[in-house]
Design a protein around this ligand. Structure first.
Ligand code: RP5
Length: 164
């Protein structure tokens, strides 16, 4: 008899094992990361590295890059448009202030995008500006939004999506 996979719900302390997907596209490297972590500024890195750490602890491959939707719009568009073909399956995007990055990424890819609102040092609203910018997307262009300064939850959500 074939052994069936366990359906026991996982806990946050004992994440389910993650298996890298088989390569689906010709030319996609088996080393292609499953999750792309992007952020609007180098100043976001200390916070967003927490998402990278969580994914690494779960054995989920990821890459981490800085690209601003406002300062480097073409770079962001190229990254998002090529993400699926490169083998990425989810994009986590963190930004502060007028946090356009997650929404702009979602505008250029049909992969799931998880936004992380960040408390920028110059925020006049303690991160509320970024929270509203990320969560208030127009119908048809969804961005999942975790709490302010909670990149770890973005990684946990990414792991759960990958385990479906
Ligand atoms: C946003 O502006 C970035 O995501 C960052 O949180 C904030 C401030 O950027 P820097 O002035 O530190 O580059 O676009």
């Amino acid at each position: 008899m074939t052994e069936q996979p366990s359906t026991t719900p996982s806990t946050e302390t004992a994440p389910p094992p993650y298996e890298e997907p088989a390569v689906e596209f010709e030319g996609v490297s088996v080393d292609a990361p499953a999750v792309g972590i992007v952020m609007g500024s180098k100043s976001d890195m200390p916070e967003m590295e927490k998402a990278e750490k969580e994914l690494q602890e779960r054995g989920i491959s990821c890459e981490i890059r800085v690209m601003s939707a406002h300062r480097e719009p073409d770079t962001v568009a190229d990254y998002a448009r090529n993400a699926r073909a490169r083998g990425l399956r989810i994009i986590i995007a963190g930004a502060g202030l007028s946090a356009a990055l997650p929404g702009v990424v979602a505008a250029h890819t049909d992969l799931p995008v998880i936004g992380v609102p960040l408390t920028s040092r110059t925020s006049v609203a303690g991160g509320l500006d970024a929270l509203l910018s990320i969560s208030q997307m127009p119908p048809g262009v969804p961005v999942a939004c975790v709490g302010v300064d909670n990149p770890r939850n973005a990684a946990v959500l990414a792991a759960r999506i990958l385990s479906i």
